[in-house]
Ligand binder design. Structure first.
Ligand code: ATP
Ligand code: MG
Length: 437
């Protein structure tokens, strides 16, 4: 999956459901046990290739892109520069760090021309040698580089849909500093940035102390409370404490030191993880710089990951009901789902083009099928606002003699999360849509 910076608005594109590639299916896929994969497949966002590998159809790509673009914005805000590194990686670099032999999930490829490669699960081995070409003085530091790219990991179990892929999309940022003090300051800043980023994505992420794996003593994970998660945390409901239960020394039920009551245990999904790498990789690749006094020192590093495709799965796990997905507007494939019913096509077409003119991303269900089927599809796909133009809504306009908006007639306005239906003129529809955003 070569990932490109696909635009997240559809201005100019035809977005009629009858033409959209990838339709809903009534029947749940038999080989999927996770909620996210089942709903995303039924609603026409993704298709499975093999276990842990998914294809993204147009709707799915729109969501993935919106998530990526929010993350991208937040990384750019903290002076990180985007680049794009190779997925096929040099074996020698992996041997140099000792990870060719001990990175459990490393995919190794043998080419037809007798060469072996790593298929990138992460990118320290690729990036650090490149950075060493450009960094030689304290004046070149600090430096923050990131990418949004496909990762490959030979995961043992891949039954959780987008939550655990063998091929998946990750944002990985690497920071380079002249001192640990500077590294720690950026690491602390990144905690805040992560919290904000996840909140923009509709996720309430709990910053959690975790083991540092092979890198360091500890790391920080960003965990989403969810029954289907594979992780578990012990946390304070007051929000001042959380540890991954694999490492936690405290027990559930212990009173929070700050008086928020007993600590709780919860199943969670890890959507992000940040590490202090210090000089582990700069030593392996001799990444050094001259400090102000002219002494040669190793650069210290941090790394910061967010699972973009896992976030998409986590959003679906958290935001759904018995009828389907309920997208937060920030990542919804469209702002609104417009349905035409009965003999109102002319008005619906007009409403559709007026909405587009007003800058609203609208998916227009123009099919000749029953109202029930369209409503069911709208709920399954999960776009936050549903608009209906029907003979009834048009009659409503003339009988009340009400303001007949630019597109003429009234429009039914309904939120995916509410049962209430309002009859609004075009201008009020636009006003409400803008308020939602
Ligand atoms: P896990 O413990 O879930 O296996 P990890 O700790 O090995 O993940 P990191 O190396 O910290 O993962 O990767 C950074 C982020 O990438 C994770 O926080 C997660 O959001 C995402 N990620 C990791 N592995 C996968 C995977 N197999 N499928 C989808 N996303 C993943
Ligand atoms: Mg992790």
């Amino acid at each position: 999956m070569l990932y490109s910076n696909y635009p997240s608005t559809s201005s100019g594109q035809v977005m009629k459901y009858s033409k959209l590639f990838g339709k809903t299916v009534r029947e749940a896929p038999k080989d999927e046990t996770s909620v996210n994969a089942r709903l995303l497949i039924q609603a026409g966002f993704i298709r499975k290739e093999v276990a842990g590998v998914y294809n993204f159809l147009p709707l799915g790509l729109r969501v993935l892109t919106k998530i990526a673009n929010i993350v991208r914005e937040e990384m750019n805000n903290v002076q990180a520069q985007e680049l794009y590194l190779s997925a096929l990686q040099k074996k020698e670099s992996w041997e140099r760090t000792g990870r060719w032999g001990n990175f459990d999930a490393l995919f190794k490829l043998t080419s037809n021309f007798e060469k072996e490669y790593a298929l990138g699960p992460t990118h320290e081995e690729v990036l650090v040698p490149i950075v060493s070409e450009f960094v030689s003085s304290y004046k070149d530091l600090p430096l923050y580089l990131y990418q949004i790219q496909t990762k490959f990991r030979d995961e043992k179990r891949a039954k959780a849909g987008l939550l655990r892929g063998r091929e998946f999309l990750m944002k990985d940022l690497y920071s380079f500093h002249e001192s640990e003090k500077d590294l720690v300051a950026y690491y602390e800043l990144m905690k805040k940035v992560y919290k904000k980023t996840f909140s923009r994505l509709g996720l309430d992420a709990i910053e959690t102390l975790a083991s540092g794996g092979t890198f360091s003593k500890f790391s920080h994970e960003f965990q989403i409370v969810c029954e289907s998660g594979e992780d578990e945390i012990i946390y304070c409901p007051g929000g001042d404490f959380s540890q991954n239960s694999e490492i936690a020394k405290v027990a559930e039920g212990k009173q929070c030191d700050l008086g928020h009551g007993p600590l709780k245990r919860a199943k969670t999904i890890e959507v992000g993880n940040i590490f202090l790498l210090k000089d582990k990789f700069s030593k392996a690749f001799n990444l050094r710089f001259k400090d102000k006094k002219g002494a040669q020192k190793y650069v210290v590093m941090g790394c910061y990951g967010i699972g973009i495709s896992r976030v998409m799965g986590a959003i679906v796990e958290v935001h759904n009901d018995e009828r389907g997905i309920v997208w937060p507007l920030s990542v919804s494939p469209f702002d609104a789902y417009l349905i035409v019913l009965g003999d109102a096509k002319e008005h619906a077409e007009k409403t559709y083009s007026e909405l587009k003119k007003a800058g609203i991303d609208v998916l227009y269900d123009d099919r000749d099928i029953s109202a029930g089927e369209k409503f069911a599809d709208a709920d399954l796909i999960g776009i936050p606002i549903r608009l209906v133009v029907s003979e009834r809504s048009l009659r409503q306009a003339s009988s009340r003699g009400g303001q007949a908006g630019q597109a003429g007639g009234k429009i039914e306005f309904k939120k995916r999360t509410e049962e209430k239906i309002e009859l609004l003129g075009f201008k009020d529809v636009i006003k409400n849509l803008r308020q939602e955003g």
